[in-house]
Design a protein. Structure first.
Length: 270
């Protein structure tokens, strides 16, 4: 009987050890698989290009975030932290470890062309420096679809100011100033950025306002870089109904004038 008990105990212990070793081996394998996948995404989205640029440029204020950092910042992307949702993705409010508030955008989709050019395009957007354009602070590339990190703008959108907060009186001078600041931002994108940038989704809900109601053009998810040698080019029609340039809708030919038309609709709202 005693011998039988010893055999059973010994067998059970052996099985337990095998189970533990198997679990450890499985977890190790899964970690390696996840690490390999993250590295694959990082290279696909031009992470190496961004790293080289970060090393070569002194004072280049752009960061490549780890996925875990952004999960912590948003409490694992808690729905309570959602700032807004649109056709291009979901934006969360997050707080980084240095207590800086940021807006974190999880994009919905990305096509093969965007994937190949992502690193270069993010590099260009990161160098935009205009007081009326929301700054991009960094990105996370170790995920299937990149996550973007922007400066946090506290007072919400122009749409909310006009259409939601109806009890709030907005003076004519404030409305004119907001229109002027938005126009300055678009002029910068069209004329001073290199290459020129067509926003392609100008509307009152992509114009943010800070604590002093200063306008900040945001959401470059639909933006494209205008060709240097052509005044216009054909592209898949993208934008928001009511703000879309009818000529662009009919022909698919996109120009900076398409943004100007959309801005005209914003002027009517103001």
């Amino acid at each position: 009987m005693a011998l039988w008990v010893k055999v059973v105990v010994g067998t059970t212990a052996s099985i337990m050890i095998l189970l533990i070793l198997s679990s450890v081996a499985y977890l190790s394998h899964e970690r390696k698989k996840i690490a390999t996948l993250k590295e694959k995404y990082f290279h696909e989205y031009g992470g190496q290009l961004l790293l080289q640029e970060l090393k070569s440029q002194q004072g280049f204020s752009f960061k490549i975030f780890k996925e875990e950092e952004l999960k912590v910042a948003t409490n694992d992307f808690d729905e309570k932290n959602v700032l807004g949702q649109g056709g291009n993705g979901t934006v969360y409010k997050g707080t980084l470890v240095n207590n800086e508030d940021v807006a974190i955008k999880i994009c919905k989709t990305i096509d093969e062309r965007q994937k190949k050019e992502f690193g270069k395009e993010i590099l260009i957007l990161s160098q935009i420096n205009h007081k009326n354009i929301v700054r991009i602070l960094g990105c996370c590339l170790e995920v299937e679809i990149p996550i973007l990190v922007y400066e946090f703008i506290s007072k919400g959108t122009l749409f909310d100011l006009i259409h939601v907060n109806r009890n709030l009186s907005i003076s004519l001078s404030t409305r004119v100033r907001i229109a002027h600041e938005t126009a300055e931002a678009l002029a910068y994108l069209h004329s001073w950025a290199f290459p020129p940038i067509v926003h392609r989704d100008v509307k009152s809900s992509t114009i943010l306002l800070d604590e002093n109601l200063v306008a900040k053009v945001s959401d470059f998810g639909a933006s494209v870089f205008a060709p240097r040698d052509e005044d216009q080019f054909v592209t898949l029609v993208q934008g928001t109904r009511g703000y879309l340039d009818p000529e662009y809708v009919q022909t698919g030919q996109l120009t900076v004038k398409s943004d100007v038309y959309s801005f005209g609709v914003v002027l009517l709202e103001l």
